[in-house]
Every structure is written in structure tokens, then in C-alpha cells.
Design a protein around this ligand. Structure first.
Ligand code: 13P
Ligand code: SF4
Length: 318
């Protein structure tokens, strides 16, 4: 009842402020439900960017991590962009500081710079392309077919995966996602022995040994689609457990098991949970309009430069 009241008061405030919630699949179930019930969106990082850009609301409340809020602000600088907390970062973003990254790019001027959406506005501003995992393979294939060599940042597992799949000449920055890097091939193989019929769906931020065991590799949206469309009944999921809300909603007659992580000792529901995504709570969402410390600002000059590769991403994906 308390949760319902909280959600109702957040909904009323959103309407009064001409605001809409843009949430990621990794946020808590109650956040995703609120976004759906109030006309917002729950999606992957590519669709979040597109939704925020296209929606007529004057304020976007981004429930995810900071790079998602920054992307929204860069694409729509005239909108107010708020987040439940600006502390919600991402290990990929943190692991790719702009000064070092820029020096790395300077050392390889012959390469097209492709950065993952999980980066700061300043890193995007240094890039030729921004990609999300939904279109990473397509963009690499596109560039490679034009004979271009690629500098890829910051996720080394995604970069290595894209290189293996496309044969593109890719030099990777050595970043990683602290959540996906914890998935263990051995644990998945053990779980497959217990459930030999289970299909393994993995996010490409996972290590190669995990991807080798996967029946399908894809972004969050692609994982959800595969679970819905494949005739199989049981799935082992190697991505953040927040995705279970949507998986169960879209495929209610199927069973989903989270892939084991280091120390999880088998299937578990408390592992594989991004600590920064978990900072998005109904309580902080309820006060999002009252606090002075949670609006996203991007330096206009940086934003203008970052808009170029971001627009390229949206146009390419269209
Ligand atoms: P998606 O673009 O697949 O939603 O991934 C975002 C992310 O942060 C993965 O960890
Ligand atoms: Fe970043 Fe990994 Fe969290 Fe995604 S799950 S936001 S890549 S730390």
C-alpha cells in the first residue's frame, strides 16, 4: 500500500512537471513498473536515448546511470534532465578518463574512434562514433567494409567480441564492466549440467569464456527478444538481474536462471546486480524535483561536439 501511494504521488508530480521517466532494464522492478504506469519507457541504452529525444515532455527523469542522463542532455540540451542520484556511475565510464583516452587516440590517428555509450560526455566528444551493444556489430561491419581501422573503448570484452565476429581491425581500450566480468564459465557449465535443456543468453560485456558457452549473445533488448521468440522453456541469463522483470513480463511461461558469478555458488538472485543501477529507488525518485543536486548539466561546447557521434548513432540505427 505504501509503495502504491508513493507511486501515485510520483505520478502526480510527473504530470504537474510535464516530466517523463526513462528507465533502464537493470533498475529495480518497482522503478520499471512506475515508468510503464506513467507513460515513460523501460528499455536498453539505445532506446532510452531515442525515447528521451523524441518525447515531448520538457523534463526527463532518467532512472539509470549517469552516462544515460548525460546522453539525454546532449541530445536535448533544451530539456531539464534529472536523475534520482548523480552518484550512479558505471565502471566503464570511470575506467576511461578523458585525458588518458584522448592521449591514446592521439597515438593512433589512423583509427576511427568508436566509443560505447557507457562513457562521459567528454569522451564522446573525442569520438567519431558512439555505439550501444545493440548496434556495435553493425557499426563495426560498416566501418570495416569501408577499409577503416577502429579504436574501440572502453569495454575490452565487447571490443574483442566485435573483432571476433566481424574480423574488423580493432584496437581496444582495457576497460570492463564490474558486473558482467564476474560471470563464470565454470558456473554456467555446472548449471547446464543440472539443466541440460537450458539456453544460455549472454550480454557481450561478459568475458569470452562465457560468450563461448552462450547460445545467443546480445544487448538487453536482444536478450529479451530471444527469450520471447525462442521456443525453449528454460534460460540461463548472463546479464544484470534487473532484466528479470521484463523477461518474466514478456515470457511468463518460461523459467529464467541467473548465470552464476564469482562466489555465488550456483544460481542466485542477489548477484549480478549493478550497484549503481540499484541506487535508483522510489524514495529518491519521489524527491527528484525537490533537490538541487540532481540535475544533469553538460558543458555546452562539449555537448555540441558529443552530439555529432551520438546523432550518427541514432541515424545509423534508424
Ligand atoms: P544495453 O545497451 O544492452 O542496455 O546495456 C547497457 C549496459 O549498461 C550494460 O551493462
Ligand atoms: Fe556500467 Fe556494468 Fe553497471 Fe552497465 S552493469 S551500468 S556496464 S557497471
Amino acid at each position: 500500500v505504501q509503495e502504491q501511494q508513493l507511486k501515485a504521488s510520483i505520478g502526480a508530480r510527473l504530470r504537474a512537471e510535464n516530466a517523463v521517466v526513462v528507465a533502464h532494464y537493470y533498475t529495480a522492478p518497482e522503478i520499471q513498473a512506475l515508468a510503464e504506469e506513467t507513460g515513460g519507457c523501460v528499455s536498453d541504452s539505445l532506446e532510452m536515448a531515442r525515447f528521451g529525444h523524441d518525447h515531448p515532455a520538457s523534463t526527463l527523469v532518467v532512472a539509470g546511470v549517469k552516462f544515460m542522463g548525460e546522453t539525454a542532455k546532449i541530445l536535448t540540451p533544451h530539456k531539464r534532465v534529472l536523475m534520482p542520484t548523480l552518484e550512479a556511475t558505471c565502471s566503464l565510464d570511470v575506467g576511461c578518463p578523458v585525458e588518458e583516452f584522448s592521449a591514446f587516440c592521439d597515438q593512433h590517428p589512423d583509427r576511427e574512434v568508436v566509443v560505447y555509450a557507457n562513457t562521459s560526455a567528454a569522451v564522446k566528444a573525442r569520438a567519431d562514433w558512439v555505439v550501444t551493444s545493440s548496434i556495435a556489430l553493425d557499426v563495426a561491419e560498416h566501418l570495416s567494409s569501408q577499409g577503416k581501422k577502429i579504436l574501440w573503448a572502453p569495454d575490452r570484452h565487447l571490443g574483442d567480441y566485435v573483432r571476433r565476429q566481424t574480423g574488423a581491425d580493432i584496437l581496444v581500450w582495457e576497460g570492463a564492466c564490474i558486473v558482467h566480468e564476474e560471470f563464470k564459465a565454470r558456473g554456467i557449465a555446472d548449471l547446464k549440467r543440472v539443466y541440460p535443456d537450458a539456453i544460455v543468453l549472454a550480454h557481450p560485456e561478459s568475458p569470452n569464456a562465457v560468450l563461448e558457452l552462450a547460445d545467443r549473445v546480445g544487448s538487453t533488448t536482444q536478450i529479451i527478444r530471444a527469450a520471447r521468440e525462442m521456443p525453449n522453456k528454460r534460460f540461463i541469463i548472463a546479464t544484470d538481474q534487473g532484466i528479470f522483470y521484463k523477461l518474466q513480463q514478456q515470457a511468463p511461461d518460461k523459467e529464467f536462471l541467473i548465470a552464476p558469478t564469482a562466489g555465488s555458488g550456483g544460481a542466485c538472485r542477489s548477484c549480478a546486480n549493478c550497484p549503481w543501477m540499484a541506487m535508483n529507488e522510489l524514495e529518491t525518485l519521489a524527491t527528484v524535483f525537490n533537490r538541487p543536486d540532481n540535475e544533469i548539466f553538460v558543458d555546452p561546447a562539449v555537448g555540441e561536439q558529443a552530439m555529432v557521434p551520438l546523432r550518427r548513432m541514432l541515424d545509423f540505427a534508424a
